[in-house]
Write a protein of this length. Structure first.
Length: 143
């Protein structure tokens, strides 16, 4: 019995991850990429920094920054951190725009858990509670 419980506990994070990936559609991703690029461009223009200068400060190429601003590329957390440093803004503001940090449960994950026919009602309840505890724990770590 202990082996079954251990296997199930190890499978829970993987199952949550798969459910989250299934919910995070390509359209959502494109919207996030466009939003973060637009936000970076606005912040750069407000700070009166040229694209070339920001790229230099962030340690990335000018064409790559241009692609990010136009929503053609999805920057990693490290690149966002470098851009934030170049703009003298908090990296968290870019992480939130890019979808790395929300601080709130994603309803689409919970919807996917609720509608997954392969799960029993008890499993759905357990996964939802575990998911919410992960999100809450992550929020507390940031604060």
């Amino acid at each position: 019995m202990a082996r079954i419980t251990e296997a199930w506990e190890q499978a829970i994070p993987r199952r949550l991850h798969l459910l989250a990936l299934r919910c995070y559609t390509a359209n959502t991703m494109k919207t996030r990429v466009s939003e973060v690029g637009e936000f970076i461009r606005q912040q750069r223009e407000r700070s009166a920094i040229s694209m070339r200068k920001l790229a230099e400060r962030a340690g990335i190429s000018n064409p790559y920054l241009s692609q990010i601003e136009r929503g053609l590329r999805r920057p990693s957390a490290d690149i966002l951190k470098a851009i934030a440093r170049g703009l003298s803004i908090s990296a968290e503001s870019l992480y939130e725009r890019a979808g790395f940090l929300d601080g709130t449960p994603r309803p689409e994950v919970e919807d996917a858990i609720r509608t997954d026919a392969a799960l029993t009602e008890r499993q759905k309840q357990a996964l939802t509670e575990i998911y919410r505890s992960f999100v809450e724990g992550f929020r507390e770590e940031r604060e």
